[in-house]
Design a protein around this ligand. Sequence first.
Ligand SMILES: Nc1ncnc2c1ncn2[C@@H]1O[C@H](COP(=O)(O)OP(=O)(O)OP(=O)(O)O)[C@@H](O)[C@H]1O
Ligand SMILES: [Mg+2]
Length: 407
Amino acid sequence: MIDIQKIKKQSGIIGNSDEIVQVLEMICQVAPVNISVLISGESGVGKEIVAKAIHKSSKRSNQSLVVVNCGAIPEGIIESELFGHKKGSFTGAGNDKKGYFEEANKGTIFLDEIGETPLDTQVKLLRVLENGEFMRVGEAKTRKTDVRLIAATNKDLHQMVNNGEFRQDLYFRLKTVTVSLPPLRKRTQDISAFVERFSLEFTRSNDLRYRGFAPEAIRLMKRYDWPGNVRELKHFIEKIIVLNKGERISVENVQKELFDSNTINTGKNSALPVIVDKTTNKAEIDLILRQLFMLKQDTELIQKLILNSKVSNRGSESIKDIGEIVKGNISIPEKSMEIIEENGYFINNSAIGDISIKELEKEAIIRTLKYFNNNRRKTARSLGVSERTLYRKIDEYGLEPKIKINN
Ligand SMILES: Nc1ncnc2c1ncn2[C@@H]1O[C@H](COP(=O)(O)OP(=O)(O)OP(=O)(O)O)[C@@H](O)[C@H]1O
Ligand SMILES: [Mg+2]
């Protein structure tokens, strides 16, 4: 029997407000049952942390959790990413490839931003949800997979159904079990707990002095709107600790950074996905995006191989492997979207001793830029650096994209 305390400990979910207790109770109820779950809520409220908590407390916890951000995958390749493809089914499909649904077999798939999936793909999602059946792109054979689906959205799917943008049948299938995460401004009582945990984690991992927040400072923080929710709060705490060099945080410090600063609080949900102009020659754009996306995946995998070869001293063998990959003779497991956390650490054990801060920083920038569709403002905010610093780093690491897609 799982209880709320166990889930909190396992997942790191913070909060004692009635709203978060209700969410935790819901996790306890639904996690052990093999049923799809829809998690809804504004950006930064904790949808992903809840999805992970459900997986960790489920019977599938020993199997993989494949995380897919549907909003980050170009429309033209989303089906091949989700369901795989047959060699030669389109330009660039050099090998047979498994999709995320096959990768997640026996485990859980987390489809983030499900509202971003095209209508055609939604038909296929419904089918795989109903009976586990799907077909790889370019193949006539029906395949089966045993996957539990957790989906998340920061959009109003009901409204999307009314607008003809989301299929009603899929919506009904998904919404049976819905976990709604309230925005932070509706559960401000949890702010003290967040401040305590996030400050300690941050100061410990960065070896910083920490003298706490004045009670009035926390009271003032409870009066702010937090449009970016818990994510914004976390970054704010980290920023204010750094700015005040370990001194006790006063109400004036919070007032200055939170209310007087014109860089925060646009009042809009800034994490909504970028809208791509639908009037442009779509087929051509999709083709370019497909190639770019694959190239990016290959590059990531090759980077990993090089790193592994350094660690395992398989130098020349791995270089040979890379040659074969480039020629398209070897297919490597494509799990670039999968979240791998080993014993609560983000860095793979095998990389320790062979990885520099610069490499980590570069990877964090590349992957965050990719996650936010190259949106630098969101990337900078998410990484907790100023846009100016991000621009400098992009320049320093030579990450300037060669092709820009205008809308
Ligand atoms: N209740 C919570 N306890 C601890 N950490 C939390 C909680 N809620 C959110 N967080 C932290 O806040 C950040 C944002 O959370 P998360 O990524 O789960 O939000 P999200 O709803 O998926 O956002 P988005 O819609 O932008 O993808 C993460 O660092 C997460 O760990
Ligand atoms: Mg998320």
